[in-house]
Every structure is written in structure tokens, then in C-alpha cells.
Design a binder for this molecule. Sequence first.
Ligand code: ARG
Length: 466
Amino acid sequence: MSNDPLANKHQAWSALFTEPMSELVKRYTASVGFDQRLWRADIDGSLAHAEMLAAQGVIAKADLADIQRGMAQIVADIEDGRFEWKLDLEDVHLNIEARLTALVGDAGKRLHTGRSRNDQVATDVRLWLRGEIDKIAVLLSDMQRALVELAAQHADTVMPGYTHMQVAQPVSFAHHLLAYVEMFARDAERLVDVRRRTNHLPLGAAALAGTSYPLDRERVARTLGFDGVCQNSLDAVSDRDFALEFSAFAAICMVHVSRLAEEIVLWMSQNFGFIDLADRYCTGSSIMPQKRNPDVAELARGKSGRVVGHLMGLLTLMKGQPLTYNKDNQEDKEPLFDTVDTLADTLRIMAEMVGGIQVKADAMERAALKGYATATDLADYLVKKGLPFRDAHEAVAHAVKVALQRGVDLAELPLAELQALQPKIQADVLQVLTLRGSLHARNVLGGTAPAQVRAQVQRHRTRLPR
Ligand code: ARG
């Protein structure tokens, strides 16, 4: 037997155990296969803890120097892929600690003074997640910028706006794109909020009740860039609501992505033909030679399922747990990791793809001409001529009926015919019935008029500096 106390895991706990763990239990309980991803956060957390222990006189300065030297070696080994992760050592924390002790001896064994894996893992996950949040914030800005820059070119490109998937009123393609920018902007705000609550330090809570060593938790928090210290040790080791919030943010964001992806799929279909995507975002069919499929958009839509699922998984994981730490919490990692990876990849690829959308403005305009999209404009015109809105609405319904019978657009009905339906109609109606007339008329804050949309593009550009 080795005299390294962590060489065999049951020895890592205590001499209390009289038989080794069964292989199946070892495999079932180990997390090192996935939580090794936390290694850098784990080492940063350990170094901050050790520095503080030395400053407080809990360990010797020489121990700190040994720990720092050992950790530097471990970082180099992990970065070079030379570090040997051992299932026997259960998780990332025990693996690194055991290696440290093998490298530097007793100083390594002193690192865990005043600490438990319970506050250690909570700290690691928060630290790691904070780093990922910062990367995702950049990706969210990139996504918004891609949409804003495409929108900047299409304030005058008319497309049908839909409700109930029926042609409703003309809108500009830019206005439609900027709706998604608003959604992603709110997602970005949510993320800022999640970061604020994630960025608190659990370390010092120890196993659950705090510790009898004179720790300086504020100092550790400052070293690690935390905004504050968790104020209740039981809460610090047991709750994972920061992970829940992040997952909720991610699920909402993926639902936004999914809606955009769905529209891209629709627009790219032959029935719409509104856009084309660059070949590099499409795939062919093994049987139908004519096919170019928008797989990337479909996958982005599909992957929203797993992110929403992870939110449900994490909520369920937390739901029945009594205070404080329970091993259940080890199950938070895979869903959280997959949520981060899926969201990051999806934002990256969607932003790229949006940047390469080719717009078929003629097809959009033809589609807008199909569904009597300017009927509301005719009603508004009559109201301005003094008719009560409900009467105007009724008169226009009759006009649409006539146009339908003739198979023509409202703008194509002879003026005399319109006047027969409603004598207040005059020649100036023809401008009102055009798509562009309709677009320009909606010159209210938040409306689709090109002047409004251009102002929004400017606002977003200022808000999203490079
Ligand atoms: N691998 C564990 C986790 O992810 C670390 C904490 C284990 N703590 C314990 N007392 N068993 O949650």
C-alpha cells in the first residue's frame, strides 16, 4: 500500500472503511470523467485559499510556496495532456489534491485545511460558469450585431407581416429582424443578472457549518474576483440556483434562436423563397439530387429541446433535496456543461449564418401583395375621412370581398368601384393602398416605417460597440 493517503480513495476519507469500494459503485459515483473540465477553476480556488491560509498564519509560508510550485506543475501537465486522471480518485478535486501531495508532500496535505469538497465544488462551478457567462455575453452581442447589420440593408425591403401565419400587414424585413435583436438584448440583460448572483464565494462554508479556522473569506473573494461572499454556509454549499437561473436564461435564449431558425427554414423553402443561405450552411440529400437542406437552422431549432430539457432536469434535481449538500448535486454538471456548449455553438453558427443570408426582396414583396395586407390602411384612411372605425372596418371587408371575387389586389380595384362601396374614398387612396405607403404610414416609435427602423438600427449600433 502506498503511504499517499489519496492513492486509494477509501483511504482518502478515513481509516473507518474496512473494505474497498465495489467497481460498480466506483464507476457510478465517480465524476472525474466529466468534472475534470473544472480543473482550472479548482486550481485557482485552491491557490486563493492557500494564499489566505498562509496570510492568516494557518499554514506556513513555505507550505504556500510548495503548493504554488506543485500547482504550477499540475497546470503544465494538464495543459500538455500529461496529467493522469484516475477514476479511483473519484473527482477533479481529489485527483488534483492527490497529485499535489505526490509532488510536494505535506504541504499538499495541508491545502484542505478549513475547506470541504462541498464548498470547493460550489466555488469551482461558480468560477467556471462565470467565465462561460462572459464568453456567451460576447457571442450574444455578435448575434445581435449580425442581425442589426443585415437589417441596416433592408429598411425598405417589404415583406408580409403575419399573425396566425396569415398575411396581416406589410412590414420591412429589417423591422422583422430587429424584433429578434430585442429578444436577444433581453437575453443579454438576463445574463448580466445571472452573473451578478453567480459571482459570490461559497468557500469558507466548509462542509456546511463554517469552520473554526480564522479564514478571511473576503480576501479569497477579492483574489478570485467575486463580488461578495455567500452569507450563509448552509445555503452556500447546498443551493445551485445560479445554475438554474443560467439554465433558464439559456432555455429562453435557445427558444428565441429556435423561432428564428424556424423562420429561416420557412423562408428558404420553395413555398416562400424569401431568402437563400450560403451553401456552406446547407447539406444535400443522398437520394434527391435537387435538395439543399437548411440543416444548420433545423439543428439549432432541434437543439433548443435539450437545453430546455436540462432546465427541467436541474429543477428536478434540486426539488426534493433537504439542506445541505447531497451527492445529487454532482448531477448538475453534465446538463450545465451541455447547456453552455450547445448555446455557445448555436449562437456562433447562427450569427455566422445570418451574416450570409441572401435576401430575395422581389419574392418578399410579391408575397406581401397577396393577402390584402393594406386593408387596415384603407380602414385607417376612411377613419381619417370621418368614418367611425367600426364602420370603416366593415366597408373595407366589403372591398376585400369584391377584390377576392375578382382575384385582384385592393390597389387594383378601379377607383369608381371603391367609391361605390364608400363614397368618402377619393383618388388619394391609391397611395395609401400601396405596400410602401402602408410601411411609411406606420411612423410611430417602434413601428415599421423606414425612418423608425433606421433610428432603431442606429440605437442598436451605439448600444453594441465592436
Ligand atoms: N464531485 C462532487 C460534486 O460534484 C464533489 C463534492 C463531493 N462532496 C462530498 N461530500 N462527497 O458534487
